[in-house]
Design a protein around this ligand. Sequence first.
Ligand code: AMP
Ligand code: MG
Length: 352
Amino acid sequence: MKTRMMRISDSEDVRDEELREAARILRTGGLVAFPTETVYGLGANALDEKAAGKIYAAKGRPSDNPLIAHISSIEELKPLVREIPEVGRQLAKAFWPGPLTLIFPKSGRVPYGTTGGLDTVAVRMPGMAVARRLIALAGVPVAAPSANLSGRPSPTTAQHVWQDMEGKIDLILDGGPVGIGVESTIVDVSGEIPVLLRPGAITIEMLEEIAGSVEIDPALTGRLDPQVRPKAPGMKYRHYAPRAEMTLVEGKAEAVVREIRRLTDEQLMAGRRVGILCTEETREQYPRGILRCVGARSDEETIAHNLFAVLREFDDLQVDCIYSESFSQNHLGYAIMNRMQKAAGYRMISAR
Ligand code: AMP
Ligand code: MG
């Protein structure tokens, strides 16, 4: 298949003419990658099992890992769900359009081929105007997981999508680099109490302000017990991972720098290529190794924004191992550390 790349103007001033071809492809069962405020999505008609099947094939995604259906207005929610629990209604009202995915009991219209065989459906109304306009023009809800090969870091630019999807999909809409850089927060509102399944830019503090108390899925607190069937099936797969072995180093700032320098020297002596993931605050302190600065600790949004691009860069640089600083798990830091721990396969050491 020949994949086309089409540059579009970003967000508010996008013209319908720029999106018509993409909307036509979605309506007729094809695949289109498009920007959202979180990461680039790989879209297909969520109501067409065959089209959704093409997403799994292009990504190499296991068929029991469900897709998120994207809508362009709140009226499009009702046909997809069996009921809208009050807490779901409140969270949607507070955070849509935006980086929040809600899990509802699914209606008969949503095929099991989209939900990975589950009786629930994940729904999000994206904050980026381009994405909403595209969905509206397509006239169907759009299933759209991140537009990367399964297991690789999520794409935050159209070039990342091209690296993974060239030859596998019909069209890539290039709307420039995304804003947030990590995937949406996921909250299951199908049960008694809302449950956080994936942390994102809508933080627990923000959710609890609207929903009262929110539970945290046990699978989020650490490596998954293979006996436990996770609520978000995506949790059991290796995710966001660079090709090199990555290790997170935690502890006091000076101790972390010292330990990463020591480990780097050790690996260099053994003839290996070493990547170091550092921050603006520490970049001057590593004399050796291939240094990439992920952002500033003083502004965590920059870290979320750059994280996946830096992991991909380490792949391009063909490093053998990566040592990374860690971050506090408060607010956006929780989402950042969740992605970093997965990228590192939960390899973590404490520096003293
Ligand atoms: P992705 O869009 O690739 O980041 O993946 C979508 C995420 O949403 C995966 O981790 C899924 O497990 C999760 N998800 C989608 N639908 C459901 C559902 N019905 N119940 C629980 N988790 C879901
Ligand atoms: Mg993904």
